[in-house]
Design a protein around this ligand. Sequence first.
Ligand SMILES: *Cc1c(COP(=O)(O)O)cnc(C)c1O
Length: 265
Amino acid sequence: MARPAVTAPPEPDPRTEELRTRLAAVAERIDRATADAGRSDRPQLIVVTKFFPVEDVLRLAELGVRDVGENRDQEASAKADAAAATPAGRDLRWHFIGQLQSNKARSVVRYARSVHSVDRVPLVHALGRAVLDHRPAELGPLACWVQIDLDPGVDRGARSAGMTGTSGGTGRGGAPPDQVLPLADAIAAAEGLTVAGVMAVAPRGDDPDPSFARLAQIAADLREAHPSATGISAGMSADLESAIAHGTTHLRVGSDVLGPRPAVG
Ligand SMILES: *Cc1c(COP(=O)(O)O)cnc(C)c1O
């Protein structure tokens, strides 16, 4: 059968339109909070795409998103490989934001621009070894963020026994604040790693303002020793305004851009 000479324009993809609307709403919140804080530097948005398919990542790329975050290596590496094979996804920058086992370092350095969840020295060493052997040169040095546990109620004894993130605290990993400097020193000493700054998740259920104020102070202290560590990675869907008021430079926003996360199977 002959093709019709004139084809109808393609139907707009409803999911792309949904993402466009949600992304615009988040961008507007960021703009407003940045203005309210009297800041002229707009924080960078990392869209957290965990649990959503690579098709959504590619839709976001077509809408202009360049930075995406993932928290599990298996999922992230598969999506990063799939996206890299497409014109829209080739220029994406992948950021690893979840708790990371040292034995996954070799995989993560293959695709990630940054790791926001560096919380212990053995992980620094694993990442340092991995970048030397497994990192594609075009990705450049691996930007490492020191993740801090901001929950004052965390049980230090249990943590030093190796039960990080499982015994009280935010349950989301992170080093105690007094470990930030030794961790940053270890990162700075490793070839192929750079100290990007500090990262935190506000403790669940609390007013995030005091936590983000504390994080800003920790970041300022870190910059005294490591002047290039200018970053603060803080602020998610529920608390991005507070994070912006307290000087965050990188927001990690998932559900307000992508919608409620699918149930974990
Ligand atoms: C999932 C996740 C986010 C995004 O959270 P939302 O509430 O969906 O915006 C940010 N940071 C980390 C570490 C996460 O695991």
